[in-house]
Design a protein around this ligand. Structure first.
Ligand SMILES: [Zn+2]
Length: 447
């Protein structure tokens, strides 16, 4: 099997030249760009398109299917990623054009190189290499690529449509692999990071109404002021800390393998449950660790009247919340109701409770551990919680083996990066390892 980095790079470059930006306004998503991407994918991977059926789901979601011999009796394996990217941001701050896919300093530069077109490229190249060898897996394979992951779905979300399509056909998955995770190298240590859960997500709107009127004759405590009080109440009263089982599992595993950088936290994680109050105190001092121990609220949008001399008749405030596994949107709303001043209404714009924690005992998990050992001997597989969100949350309901994992073969050694920032880039040295990981997982799964 020939791992040809130049060819992998060429495929990824072609995909990243197409600005498949998703917009919070579904009508603004440029479908033509996604259709162009589909064409490029057909050109890059003809063998995959010959061996697998392909359907367009919704406006431009993709669902591929390979019908295996069925001899293994194994449930299908699915690989997912998203075709869309976040907006490129300020062009003047990019070292190279964001949709140029230029190669400099041994890396491809551009939006989508790491998040997550590299995943699509690696799945496709892995399957191509296997099909070229005459490989005939004895289980079914699905690929699912949505087009609005970056706007957290909302109306017309592609991933739930793909899930519904599979459900309608009675498909149950034996396992699923999505973006995120990888082989992390930090401070001279290496571990494989596999996300077995992620936080829930919900946007909540607060609305205050007022009689409004001319700004020349104001009254106290108008609609906007009520929301200002709401903001302060939310900021000063976050959700209390919560001991989420998945976080306990993560801290224990990281401690066991000496992977916690913060010495104070590391010492306490010898007994996570017993030292929980002290762990909370340490985590609250760091914004990233704080997100591990509580449901968070970020105050992000607020609007009043359209003009300076109009007192608003209606003012709105939107906050973005990430819910810790073990808690729910309802828990958060109950907390908010205790805090908001009279006259402020609370409504949910969009969101989902956290998905179920996935198994660390399943066959696919063990497969992945074996592959990691084969490719990176001595590297522990550490189950973690993702504080962000991915499309994989929608698939947990059709995976009875609880094997939905966010895991890639990408080496995270600081040479690739910049997802959602300017200067996103992927190091060419990382492409082969990613393809190799999927080839090994695919080969092993049927056994
Ligand atoms: Zn992503």
């Amino acid at each position: 099997m020939k791992y040809d980095t130049a060819l992998f790079a060429e495929h990824l470059q072609k995909m990243c030249r197409i600005p498949t930006v998703s917009s919070a306004d579904p009508d603004k998503t440029r479908v033509s760009d996604f259709l162009e991407l589909h064409k490029v994918m057909e050109e890059c991977w003809p063998l995959v398109h010959e061996k697998m059926t392909r359907e367009v789901i919704g406006k431009c979601g993709l669902l591929y299917h390979y019908k295996g011999t069925g001899k293994s009796g194994k449930l299908p394996l699915m690989f997912i990623a998203h075709q869309d990217v976040v907006p490129e941001g300020d062009w003047s701050m990019w070292k190279y054009p964001p949709f140029g896919s230029e190669i400099h300093d041994n890396a491809i530069w551009g939006r989508g190189t790491t998040d997550s077109k590299c995943n699509i490229q690696a799945y496709m190249d892995a399957l191509t290499l296997l099909f070229e060898e005459g490989w005939e897996p004895d289980y079914d394979i699905y690929l699912g690529f949505g087009y609005n992951e970056e706007i957290m779905g909302g109306p017309g979300a592609a991933a739930p449509m793909i899930v519904q399509t599979l459900k309608d056909r009675g498909v149950e998955l034996g396992g699923l692999i999505d973006e995120c995770g990888g082989i992390v190298e930090k401070n001279g240590k290496r571990y494989a990071d596999i996300n077995i859960c992620e936080k829930g997500y919900v946007d909540v709107m607060f609305t205050a109404l007022d009689q409004g009127g001319h700004a020349a004759s104001p009254e106290k405590n108008n609609a906007l002021v009520k929301l200002a009080k709401t903001m302060i109440a939310l900021d000063e009263n976050p959700m209390p800390p919560f001991m989420s089982p998945v976080v306990v599992k993560q801290f224990k595993a990281q401690h066991e393998h000496g992977l916690i950088d913060n010495a104070e936290l590391d010492a306490l994680c010898g007994d996570v449950e017993g030292n929980w109050d002290k762990i909370v105190a340490v985590c609250e001092k760091d914004r990233y660790l704080n997100a591990m121990i509580r449901t968070t609220t970020a105050i992000t949008m607020c609007s009043g009247s359209a003009q300076a001399n109009i007192i608003p008749e209606k003012a709105t405030l939107v906050v973005n919340n990430r819910i810790l596994p073990g808690q729910t949107i309802d828990d958060l709303l109950a907390h908010f109701r205790k805090l908001v001043p009279e006259g402020v209404e609370i409504s949910v714009l969009k969101g989902d409770d956290p998905p179920a924690e996935q198994s660390t005992e399943s066959e696919l998990f063990k497969n992945i551990a074996e592959v990691v050992e084969e490719l990176y001997p001595g590297t522990p597989l550490i189950p973690t919680m993702l504080t962000g969100g991915t499309d994989s949350r929608y698939y947990c309901g059709i995976c009875p083996t609880n094997s939905v994992y966010r895991f890639t073969g990408l080496l995270q050694d600081g040479r690739s990066g910049g997802a959602h920032q300017v200067n996103e880039h992927i190091c060419l040295d990382h492409l082969e390892g990613d393809v190799r990981m999927y080839v090994s997982i695919l080969k092993r799964y049927g056994k």
